[in-house]
Write a protein that binds this ligand. Structure first.
Ligand code: BGP
Length: 459
């Protein structure tokens, strides 16, 4: 039996825009997702939109009860910026009532709330002014963060500023999975810089805010990067992929400064973002207390021939490759590589001061999961149990070797809506029946996990 440390955080993760529903109800103003769905519903899987996320706004009590029944001791979700401050300035009292009641309920049932502030849900009023491209977004976010600390700091003791900021940068400005879906590396880097500034100013507000005595973090997707070979060129591709996709955010957020190699590369390619005097000092002075790490699959890269420096993108420097021995999740196509969790863990220990951290997301998406429902209505998700157990083994090993990991959260508790993919891939411990008022049914993995949590151990 492999025991986990005492008081280990066992839980699950979600976000407001993916679970709340009540999209434009009780004063909430539109985020880019509400707007986009209205404009182009055909982009979304089966044309299911933000109104039809997991209905948590109305069913949170039932969910919290299920969490307690499963013995979860922590849960991460987010606050919706456009629900709390519909115009960016005025507090919406129904939002305050809802969040206070929800967080109080979690606490009352022994589930520690970890609250994140931004999970890809840019307010539309701000997007109309350029979103993260506009410097105004930095102070707008810091104001929102400070408001949340004041209103909820007496209940919430663990906070996060952003979830996977690399995703809104990449998917919105180097791809088209997020609004506005443009392809422009210079703009992407400016968005990235303003995001880091917004994070640092929110941390600064947190340190000054008298209404809370908690701790603050940021949640990053840290897919470890592996090279195709030991060949020098492939190793260089690995180093660049890691620099652009991992260290560009991890370093300023944890260490307080951007890697020198990154600044040099941006100077060389005329991509340095615009900064205001004093910005780097604010970043240096506002480091986090703990880190959230989302891990699904690694990134495998090889050298890219003929870099095209005119239409520069991260792919200019490296390209992906198919690793022949890959273990694949056949229901989602993503690689399964539990060893990756060990490598991340050791890296935080060795290169990032052994900062306290937790797995803030790990999980297995399954398309067409209804085919695994048995006569009792239970999804027989042995594949998910195996997935979690394999990852926990490597996590456990790293803790034995001194990693400062304090928790593991599965993505997600009840099946939720996932952006353009809507309900295509299911991830939850609980299945949601969309044809029957979002009714919740346990999956086999929820029984298995309850047992792990109660023993605080895996076999
Ligand atoms: C993470 C996000 C989540 C969620 C998850 C699953 O990157 O933080 O919001 O979407 O990925 O992704 P998908 O539903 O696309 O399989």
């Amino acid at each position: 039996m492999r025991k986990f440390p005492e008081n280990f955080f066992w839980g699950a993760a979600a976000s407001a825009p993916q679970t709340e529903g009540a999209a434009l109800i009780d004063g909430k103003s539109p985020s880019t997702w509400d707007y986009w769905f209205e404009k182009e519903p055909e982009r979304f899987f089966n044309q299911v939109g933000p109104k039809d996320t997991s209905n948590v706004y109305y069913q949170y009590k039932e969910d919290v009860q299920l969490m307690q029944d499963m013995s979860l001791n922590s849960y991460r979700t987010s606050i919706s910026w456009t629900r709390l401050l519909p115009d960016g300035k005025t507090v919406n009292q129904s939002a305050v009532d809802y969040y206070r009641a929800y967080f109080t309920e979690l606490k009352a049932k022994g589930v520690e709330p970890i609250m994140n502030l931004f999970h890809f849900d840019m307010p539309m009023w701000l997007m109309e002014k350029g979103g993260w491209e506009n410097r105004e977004s930095v102070d707008a976010f810091a104001f929102y963060a400070d408001t949340a600390f004041t209103l909820f700091g007496d209940i919430v003791k663990k906070w996060a500023t952003f979830n996977e900021p690399m995703v809104h940068i990449e998917c919105g400005y180097l791809g088209d999975a997020h609004y506005p879906g443009v392809h422009d590396y210079k703009r992407a880097i400016q968005v990235g810089f303003h995001t880091v500034m917004a994070h640092a100013k929110a941390v600064a507000a947190f340190r000054q805010n008298k209404h809370n005595d908690g701790e603050i973090s940021c949640i990053l997707n840290l897919s470890p990067v592996y090279a195709k070979s030991q060949d020098e060129k492939d190793q260089e591709a690995r180093r660049l992929a890691d620099l652009l996709l991992i260290r560009s955010l991890l370093d300023p957020i944890v260490l307080g400064s951007f890697p020198e190699e990154l600044i040099a590369l941006y100077k060389e390619t005329d991509l340095l973002p615009e900064m205001v005097e004093g910005d780097l000092e604010i970043i240096a002075n506002n480091k986090i207390d703990f880190l959230g790490v989302n891990y699904y699959q690694p990134l495998r890269v090889q050298h890219q021939d003929n870099p095209n420096l005119e239409t520069i993108t991260p792919g200019t420097y490296f390209k992906g490759y198919d690793w022949p021995e890959k273990r694949i999740n056949p229901h989602r196509g993503w690689e399964i590589y539990p060893e990756g969790i060990y490598d991340i863990s050791m890296r935080i220990k060795n290169d990032y001061g052994n900062l306290p951290w937790f797995i803030s997301e790990n999980g297995m998406g399954v398309e067409g999961e209804e085919k695994f429902i048995d006569e009792q209505g239970i999804v027989q998700d042995d594949y998910r149990i195996e997935f979690i157990e394999d990852h926990l083994q490597f996590l456990h090993q790293s803790i034995e070797e001194g990693s400062n990991c304090f928790g593991y959260h599965l993505w997600t508790f009840v099946d939720c809506w996932s952006w353009l993919n809507a309900y295509k891939n299911r991830y939850g411990f609980y299945r949601i029946d969309l044809d029957d008022n979002f009714k919740r049914y346990p999956k086999q993995s929820s029984f298995w996990m309850k047992d792990v949590i109660e023993r605080n151990a895996i076999n």
